[in-house]
Write a protein that binds this ligand. Structure first.
Ligand code: GTP
Ligand code: MG
Length: 321
């Protein structure tokens, strides 16, 4: 799922100007091609303008409707992300307003085409065109705020992580600066930013572990758990990814204790509330005392992995179960 391709939503004035310009251009062509009485000529020019204005406006407004996904049809992860980053009701209402505008300009087009075709009065031709222009502009201006809200939503949604659904997914969790992103890069071919300070990862890094014919999605989920409302944007994304996308959670302990082991164990226990299978990985074992590592492995109840390769084999095995 990815939201990078959402069509930019322009302002009401932009749509009006583009459509009016196209209509004026069309009038020039129609003028050259028209024949018959003055009334006939005038009618065919105005009909061409009216139709073009409608076609261009409709095309642009439909582009918005087709580009935005149906919110209710989104996978749960994205529905929740929409709910936490945007006003869900306002987004739905804004899309509804664009739909309303399309129906309205369709109706105006039908009515004014009929009146223009019927009239035998030359002065009425110009009056009908002016009236039609005024009413169409007013319809588009009516949804001015909704268009602005949709553009704001598009910008927010563009930053959503691209998480594939229906792919076996592993979320890597643990305290800051503990080696989550390093593990992701060891398990997958991705090259995310790694640094010697905490809170390096500001978005969900995603990579793919490939083995034979299996493709496993691995998500580096930064941030500590807190009350959901107190989390920052990235922590909320991480929380939702674990809750809705993870088939397995890999929890990293750093026995070098940049954070007290008791705190690391507490977060591990909190993550168990998601009721997902959990695997434990010890980072930085290359620089740690071997006895310390062996002692932890012997005592810990869950399976503990100290090398990325053995962890990867276990993940692949689980994905096949
Ligand atoms: N020696 C050694 N250093 C490691 C290992 N894993 C991570 N590091 C180092 O630890 C630091 C933090 O690693 P990251 O992978 O960025 O940690 P992170 O958990 O993603 O950090 P945040 O994104 O800030 O939460 C970097 O300097 C890494 O090089 C490891 O297994 N061995
Ligand atoms: Mg990181």
């Amino acid at each position: 799922m990815n939201f990078q391709g959402l069509t930019k939503v322009e302002t009401a004035d932009w749509y009006i100007n583009v459509a009016f310009r196209a209509a004026t251009k069309k009038a020039g062509i129609a003028r050259g091609a028209s024949s018959g009485t003055r009334l006939d000529k005038s009618k065919s020019i105005e009909c061409a303008k009216l139709a073009e204005l409608h076609t261009v406006l409709r095309k642009h407004l439909m582009q918005i409707l087709l580009s935005f996904p149906s919110i209710d049809g989104l996978p749960e992860f994205y529905q929740q992300l929409v709910r936490t980053t945007l006003e869900y009701d306002q987004l739905k209402k804004s899309l509804g307003a664009v739909n309303w505008a399309v129906d309205k300009i369709d109706m105006l087009h039908r009515d004014y085409m009929r009146d223009l075709t019927k009239t035998r009065d030359l002065t009425r031709v110009n009056a009908l065109r002016k009236e039609y222009y005024g009413r169409v502009s007013s319809v588009v201006k009516t949804i001015k705020e909704q268009l602005a809200y949709l553009e704001n939503s598009r910008k927010v949604m563009k930053e959503f992580p691209s998480i594939k659904q229906n792919v076996f997914t592993v979320c890597i969790a643990g305290f800051p600066n503990i080696g989550k992103t390093t593990l992701l890069s060891k398990l997958t071919a991705s090259k995310p930013e790694i640094a010697a300070y905490a809170f390096t990862t500001k978005r969900l890094n995603i990579g793919y572990l490939k083995s034979d014919h299996v493709r496993i999605q691995v998500i580096d989920t930064p941030g500590a758990l807190n009350r959901f409302e107190k989390m920052n944007a990235i922590e909320q994304q991480a929380y939702l990814a674990i809750k809705y996308c993870a088939d397995i959670v890999v929890y990293i302990f750093d026995l070098g204790e940049p954070f007290p082991l008791a705190h690391q164990k507490r977060l591990f226990a909190e993550l168990q509330r998601f009721h997902k299978p959990m695997l434990v990985y010890l980072s930085k074992t290359d620089i740690l005392d071997k006895k310390l590592v062996a002692g932890f492995v012997a005592k810990f109840k869950e399976n503990v992995f100290t090398s990325p390769d053995s962890l990867a084999s276990e993940i692949v095995k689980r994905s096949r179960e």
